[in-house]
Write a new protein. Sequence first.
Length: 124
Amino acid sequence: MLSEHFSESEMSCRHCGQLPDGGMSEVLLEGLERLREIVGKPINVTNGYRCPEHNAAVGGVSNSQHVQGTAADIWVDGMGVWELASVCKQIFDGIGEYYGDEFVHVDMRDGGASTGVYLWDDQE
């Protein structure tokens, strides 16, 4: 386990099964644990780390936080994107709202120092 509720397998790259060289960001994992405590439900991770090859294949930007091990795409059973993103803005630096795919991207690009600063959605 990488933390109390998040395993290596759910954070590993879906393409190669690896984690970044330095492992997943501890600040990201702490944020995910805090989110789980606040919402009182399991956090489902659809993407954590992405190796550069996988990131390119899915159309990710070259400086993706996923490649750095500082991001995760998540959803929570019974919570919509807007509701989940609203809570995430109190914890994470970057929050992307993906209504079409029904997930929220969260990242700690500034190590948790800029909560709710980097925001975007798929409706723009």
